[in-house]
Design a protein around this ligand. Structure first.
Ligand SMILES: Cc1cc2nc3c(=O)[nH]c(=O)nc-3n(C[C@H](O)[C@H](O)[C@H](O)COP(=O)(O)OP(=O)(O)OC[C@H]3O[C@@H](n4cnc5c(N)ncnc54)[C@H](O)[C@@H]3O)c2cc1C
Length: 422
C-alpha cells in the first residue's frame, strides 16, 4: 500500500509528487508515455512563481534558460510594453517546461518515488481505510490518500468520484524552433498577450519566446479542433499586426496541440482521502489563464497538509483535508482571483466592440501611466499572495474608466461599477 498515489504528471501532479517523495511512499501515474517523450512547452513563469519552486530548479538554466524582461500587452492600436529595467528586477523567467517536468520526475525517482507511465486510471473505489485504483492494464493499486491532478482530461474520473468539474474551454498551442539571433532581432519582449475579438472573445492570442524556440496560440471560442487549426494558420500567414515578429520563422501546423483549459474553481477540492489539484479543480485565473502558478501553489499547499496529517497518523477525513481548501482559498481565491474575475467580466463577458474599446484604453494607459506599470510589475513580482493589494486593482479600474473615450463612458459606467465590486 502506498501512502499517496498521484494521478496526472502535469505541473501540479509532478511538483506535488516530488515534494511528497521526501516524506512519503508515493506513486505517480500518467496516461501519456513520458518514458518516450514529454511534449515541448515554452511557458512564462512570472517571478511570483518562485516561492513554490526550489532554488535548485529555479536557478537551473536548462529549465529556465532566459529571463523574462519585457512583456507586451498588445491591442490592435498599441504595443503595451512594460520593461523590467524601469523598475529593477526581471519580471520572471522563461521555462522549457518539459525539461522542468523531467528533472522533477528524476528527483522524485531519486527519492524512491515510483512511476507508471502510459497507464490510465479507469476506476477508483473508495474504502473506509484506503483508496483502490484500477488501471487500463487491469492493475489494482492501493493507497492511503489520492491526489487527482488530471487537468482537463480526467473529468469522467473526477465526476465518478463525486467531485464537480470546472468550466472548460478549448485552446490551441504550437511550438516551433528558431535561430536565437533571429528571435532577438524580431522580439524585444518574451511574452505577448494580445486581445482581438476577431480572434477570440474568450482569451488572448499569445507568443511565449524561449531560447531557440517560441510558441504561439490562442484560447478559442467554441470552434472544433480543425477550425482552431485553420484559424491559427490564417493568423500566422496573414494577420498583419504580427507579421514583423514572425518574419523568417517557420511553423509546422502538423505539430499543433489542441487542448482544453478549465477555469472557475470547483467549490469542494477535498473529500475523505482525496484532494484535487491545479486545473482539475479549475485553478486557472480567468483572464490571463495562469495555470502554472495555480498548479504549483496548490501542489505546495497539498504537500504541506498531507505531510502534517501523515505525521499525526491521521485517517485523512474530509474535515482534516479541508485545510487544503481553506489555504487555497486564502492564497489564491480571496484576493488574486478577484482581479481575474473582474477582468473576465470587463473583457470577455461582453460584445466585441466593448472589449476592443476597453483593451485599447488599457494598453494606452499602460504606455502612458507609470503607476499602472508599477502596479503590473508589483503583481508579477509579489512573493506572498495573501498580501495582494486589491486597492491597486480598483485604482487601475478607475483610471481605466477615466481613459475611455467620452462616448463610451456614458454606456460603460455600470459595467465598471460592477467589475469594481468583484
Ligand atoms: C493553449 C494553452 C495555453 C496556455 N498558456 C499558459 C501560460 O502561458 N501560462 C500558464 O500559466 N498557463 C497556461 N496554460 C494553462 C496551463 O498550461 C495549465 O493550466 C497547467 O499546465 C495545468 O497543469 P495540471 O498539472 O493541473 O494539468 P495537466 O498539465 O493537464 O496535467 C494533467 C495530466 O493528467 C493526465 N491524466 C488525465 N487523466 C488521467 C487518468 N485517468 N489516468 C492517468 N493520467 C491522466 C494527463 O495525461 C495529463 O498529463 C495554457 C493552457 C492552454 C490550453
Amino acid at each position: 500500500m502506498y501512502d499517496i498515489i498521484v494521478i496526472g504528471a502535469g505541473i501540479s501532479g509532478t511538483s506535488f509528487a516530488y515534494k511528497s517523495s521526501k516524506f512519503a511512499n508515493t506513486l505517480l501515474i500518467e496516461a501519456q508515455d513520458y518514458n518516450t517523450q514529454i511534449p515541448e512547452r515554452t511557458n512564462i513563469y512570472a517571478e511570483h512563481n518562485k516561492p513554490f519552486i526550489e532554488e535548485l530548479f529555479w536557478n537551473d538554466r536548462e529549465i529556465f534558460p532566459r529571463d523574462f524582461i519585457q512583456l507586451n500587452y498588445k491591442s490592435e492600436q498599441n504595443d503595451g510594453l512594460l520593461h523590467s529595467k524601469e523598475f529593477g528586477a526581471p519580471l520572471g523567467k522563461i521555462c522549457h517546461t518539459e525539461i522542468f517536468l523531467k528533472k522533477l520526475i528524476n528527483r522524485f525517482k531519486d527519492n524512491d518515488g515510483e512511476t507508471k507511465f502510459n497507464e490510465t486510471v479507469s476506476k477508483i473505489n473508495h474504502h473506509q481505510d484506503f483508496i483502490e485504483l484500477i488501471t487500463n492494464k487491469g492493475e489494482t493499486i492501493k493507497a492511503k490518500t489520492l491526489i487527482l491532478a488530471t487537468g482537463s482530461r480526467g473529468f469522467e474520473l473526477q465526476k465518478s468520484f463525486g467531485f464537480e468539474t470546472p468550466d472548460s474551454f478549448k485552446g490551441i498551442y504550437l511550438n516551433t524552433f528558431a535561430d536565437e539571433d533571429l528571435l532577438d532581432q524580431n522580439f524585444t519582449f518574451q511574452y505577448m498577450f494580445h486581445l482581438n475579438p476577431n480572434i477570440s472573445m474568450n482569451g488572448p492570442f499569445f507568443f511565449n519566446i524561449g531560447k531557440g524556440r517560441l510558441s504561439a496560440g490562442f484560447l478559442g471560442n467554441l470552434e472544433s479542433p480543425s477550425q482552431l487549426k485553420d484559424k491559427l494558420q490564417r493568423i500566422l500567414q496573414n494577420y498583419n499586426k504580427i507579421q514583423d515578429f514572425i518574419k523568417g520563422i517557420t511553423w509546422d501546423l502538423n505539430q499543433v496541440v489542441v487542448g482544453d483549459i478549465s477555469k472557475h474553481p470547483i467549490k469542494n477540492m477535498s473529500k475523505d482521502r482525496v484532494l484535487v489539484l491545479g486545473e482539475a479543480a479549475g485553478l486557472v485565473t480567468s483572464f490571463f489563464y495562469e495555470g502554472m502558478l495555480c498548479g504549483l501553489a496548490s501542489a505546495d499547499i497539498a504537500s504541506k497538509v498531507i505531510q502534517s496529517l501523515l505525521n499525526n497518523g491521521s485517517n485523512f477525513s474530509k474535515a482534516e483535508l479541508n485545510n487544503y481548501d481553506r489555504e487555497v482559498s486564502k492564497l489564491l481565491l480571496e484576493k488574486y482571483f478577484r482581479n481575474g474575475n473582474a477582468c473576465e467580466y470587463l473583457f470577455y463577458k461582453t460584445n466585441a466592440s466593448t472589449s476592443k474599446t476597453i483593451w485599447d484604453a488599457y494598453t494606452d494607459m499602460l504606455l502612458k501611466n507609470k503607476t499602472v506599470r508599477q502596479f503590473v510589475y508589483d503583481v508579477l513580482l509579489i512573493q506572498d499572495f495573501t498580501q495582494y493589494n486589491t486597492d491597486n486593482d480598483r485604482w487601475v479600474g478607475e483610471k481605466l474608466f477615466g481613459n475611455l473615450p467620452i462616448i463610451s463612458k456614458a454606456t460603460l459606467w455600470p459595467r465598471f461599477l460592477k467589475a469594481m465590486s468583484f
